[in-house]
Design a protein around this ligand. Sequence first.
Ligand code: GLN
Length: 265
Amino acid sequence: MNPQQLELKIGWLYPTLMSTYGDRGNVICLQQRAQWRGISVQIIPLDKQSPATQLHQVDIFMGGGAQDRQQEIVMRDLQGMKAEILSEKIEQGTPGVFTCGAPQLLGHYYEPALGQRIEGLGLFDLVSKHPGDNARRCIGNVVFELTASPLAQELQAMLGTVPTVIGFENHGGRTYLGKVQPLGRVVKGYGNNGEDSTEGAFYLNAIATYSHGPLLPKNPFLADWLIQKALTQKYQTKISLSPLDDAIATKARRAMFKRLALKVT
Ligand code: GLN
């Protein structure tokens, strides 16, 4: 298909309440990488005042991090029809990238440092708990190998290699996975809980991660995987993306790996 005929709608969950640590950069990265290829993009902010039916239009979801208090406000809004449509879309394979506070809300529950347990959507088989304000926050650069299937295999086919992911984490909550597969295996940093070396989760075409960065500009191959998935899903035909010049991103990644004394690509 001619890229000029393609359109991508990015649904940005609660941009005013959930966009800490630069997660907005994930939206900008998806938008730019699509537009550079001639694909038109529409960004749909999905805020408290947005009608639930808007969720139907979304081709890729982006949910960023938040403080515990904002997460509680969001979860009070993300009920009923909104929760149903979001769950239905993810179950149908709509891709998404959900960072830090967002996946905590897509799991079974999140227990904040203070106050009541916040019930989540239960889409990801995981639970998150904050061990209390006295516990150390998990802060710093995080590096992980992608292990999730078929994501890793699809990246291998797209790029001839499975690049290592680099990001930055800042969370108090610890996530414990049930049957859902992890997104990756931690090489440096804490990941889900600092105990079991798992990082994030991967369910159908949805990526959950503790990695801010923001994630996508630092790891543009993930942005391309999301765009390709979304278009293939939407137009029901295999769509391949033209390559972009990622020399600057590659240089930035190399500089970070060097700083962290890691020999990775
Ligand atoms: N409030 C959550 C925590 O501290 C999420 C933080 C975030 O999204 N960065 O675990």
